[in-house]
Design a protein around this ligand. Structure first.
Ligand code: F6R
Length: 242
């Protein structure tokens, strides 16, 4: 595991974007696993900037996102498809058909989950998976549990996750209670993992994830077993690690 210390959010975003840029430069047909949320917004802005400067070409990149809410159509301003389109895809030269998210509107959820795993396998697996960290230690939407879920599956979000996500909705009742998410096996199968974490609120959980026991009660703790994990975190997030 490599831990890269960043001064602050901007510095974390720059460093993480540089790692993704290096991946794209080294392999122009990379499969990138992407995340949504506040943590990665700055690094997407930075990737857009590098693209505008003529430094990054996304025309051969394939993307698969970690997760999507169940029941929100793509046009809904809080769907993860909408987030990805508006915060990244529309601003770079990636062909739309190269971008993939689980379909939270699928009629047959089981089939959708199986097909999403098959899609990733068919791409030859994920070269670099980007992750944020939930306050409860979740990665993707793999919530604390008694065992590690394997493939893409449907989850019921915990109260704390619904609460954390309610900041984007009018009120807590509007937050979808279910989501589709890549499983732990899918995430752990990525060749490289890049975990980004910022802010004081995540200092305690980051310490547990990186130095505590590996347990499904703290889903991110499994990352300790990944052979190529890079953590880019700011000083506040790393403040309990010393
Ligand atoms: C989002 C995702 C989540 C977030 C996590 C952190 O696609 O899979 O695991 O990465 O909830 O969210 P933020 O960055 O908003 O604190």
């Amino acid at each position: 595991m490599k831990i890269i210390r960043a001064k602050d959010y901007q510095d974390m975003s720059r460093k993480a974007a540089n790692i993704i840029s290096a991946q794209i430069i080294l392999k122009e047909k990379s499969v990138l696993g992407l995340a949504t949320g506040s943590t990665v917004l700055g690094l997407y802005e930075r990737l857009i900037h590098l693209h505008n400067e003529g430094e990054l070409d996304f025309s051969n990149i394939l993307t698969v996102n970690l997760d999507e809410y169940v029941g929100l159509p793509a046009q809904h301003s809080q769907s993860y498809r909408y987030y990805m389109d508006n915060n990244l895809f529309k601003h770079i030269n990636i062909p739309y058909e190269n971008t993939n998210l689980p379909d939270g509107m699928a009629k047959d959820i089981e089939k959708e989950c199986r097909e999403y795993d098959d899609l990733i396998t068919g791409m030859g697996g994920i070269d670099l998976q980007l992750l944020g960290l939930g306050l409860n230690g979740h990665i993707g939407f793999n919530e604390p549990a008694t065992e590690f879920p394997k493939g893409t599956h449907c989850v019921t979000l915990t109260e704390s996750t619904v609460k954390a996500n309610s900041r984007f909705f009018e009120n807590e009742n509007e937050v979808p209670k279910k989501a589709l998410t890549m499983g732990i096996k899918t995430i752990m199968s990525a060749s490289k993992i890049l975990l980004c974490v910022n802010g004081k609120a995540k200092a305690g959980i980051l310490k547990e994830v990186l130095t505590g026991p590996v347990t499904p009660a703290v889903p991110g703790s499994i990352l300790q077993l990944h052979p190529d994990l890079t953590v880019v975190a700011d000083e506040e997030a790393l403040s309990e690690m010393l």
